[in-house]
Design a binder for this molecule. Sequence first.
Ligand code: FAD
Length: 476
Amino acid sequence: MASETSAVIVWFRRDLRLSDHAALTAACADGRPVIPVFILDDLAAGLGAAAKWRLGRGLAALQAALEGRGCRLTLRRGPALAVLRQLIAETGAGAVHWTRAYDPAALARDSEVKSDLKARGVNARSFPGHLLFEPWTVETKTGGPYRVYSPMWRAVKDRGVPALLPPPGRIAVPASWPRSDALADWGLGAAMRRGAAVVAAHSSAGEAAALDRLDRFLGEGIGLYNIRRDLPGVAGTSGLSEYLALGEISPQRCWHGGLRARQEGAAGAETFLKELVWREFAYHLMYHSPQILSGNWRAEWDRFPWRTDPEHPHVLAWKQGRTGMPFVDAAMREMQVTGRMHNRGRMIVASYLTKHLMTHWRIGLDWFAKHLTDWDPASNAMGWQWAAGSGPDAAPYFRVFNPETQLAKFDPDLAYRRAWIAEGQRDPPRTALDYFRAIPAHWGLSPDDPYPAPVVSAEAGRRTALDAYAVRGGGA
Ligand code: FAD
């Protein structure tokens, strides 16, 4: 049985920060020694190449932040429950705290951990912090979860969000530290290969970087966010997604910042708050309908004749940013170079893959999971099913984005195209050339290649998709 003075293990997962950290704050509250831990279990080890590389950088930043306070991050590898039990045996810890996760695999893991530890007399406690609103606290008027975004926004927009928590003033440390793996030995960046050096220039990690990013956005970006957020050639969005994905910043801090900006009259603030609620909506859907991660949310789409060969030449052209559709290709290359993709780009490439190329959204979802540093299970699945038409509150199938008219509308001066597509430019910018440094050498691509003709033209793809839709049906 735990004593009143035994240590508390704080099990970090997707909450790599010290402020707004309810689990850490509670652990520090009564002065007991705190042992921060990160466990490389199958869920963390199974991340896509870019997300795993980014996790490594986030852990290095958390390690440095803890060490700056005379504390440490203990790194262990293995199944979470076994590792925690071992650590409890080694340290005599009487409690384990963590911030909740909501995807089905993490939920199953966490509930097993909680019941096992409790049965052993260990005070296992989970805390909120990854979301603004716990998914089970948001219900429609008739009860049950939301399936449509707008009513959920109306239901939560005036709800109170807890005040921000400062980082703990003092973190008491144990008399001796448990053994820790060395972060470098985990090789979290290995699968990124040569892409890592390129993406590193576009990615920063850690709570300090996240807070700085939010401050800059609130100071300079939020006023025009509603106008500029749709222009992929302009840095008009917050760029917070990679920090939110790993919990280097809390959604509460972003929310309070947005509220303050709205009070001060920033025109884009309401739109920013709405986007944060899109993230909440994605988690709400995933929590209540976890099948959204792998299967069509609308079962009638199961009979739709998607292409399912991930190596089909059209699919390869899509992956390599060589479809001959500049908007699609620019966005796919942006992802290879920066680890992120503008939201409009995500919508366009997802629509082109699922409609013009008639390819199953799961192929795109998996490709994103491999290449995004801001990969998030809920937002990625919702985004893909929205674009394909198979999700709740999805874009209707017959509304097929035309990548040419979209480019003319959202990239009128071709800044986005020029930034990412080198072929055909006399003096391509660094970003466009970096694409060729980031991609696998065996793709054999060069900036001196001619830019390809469209693999499927905007009009032909649209017709094929609509014909298939008419014959086989999908939506209502
Ligand atoms: P901002 O425009 O500054 O928005 C602020 C925050 O609001 C974002 O950081 C994000 O947390 C949230 N947000 C904004 N738009 C959305 C949205 N459409 N859905 C959910 N949350 C949103 N987002 C991810 O974080 N990870 C993913 O893996 C991911 N995959 C996507 C896949 C597809 C096919 C689509 C269409 C969208 C996907 N999104 C994903 C959502 C969105 O594109 C990104 O959140 C956004 O581009 C991140 O840039 P930002 O932080 O500058 O966003």
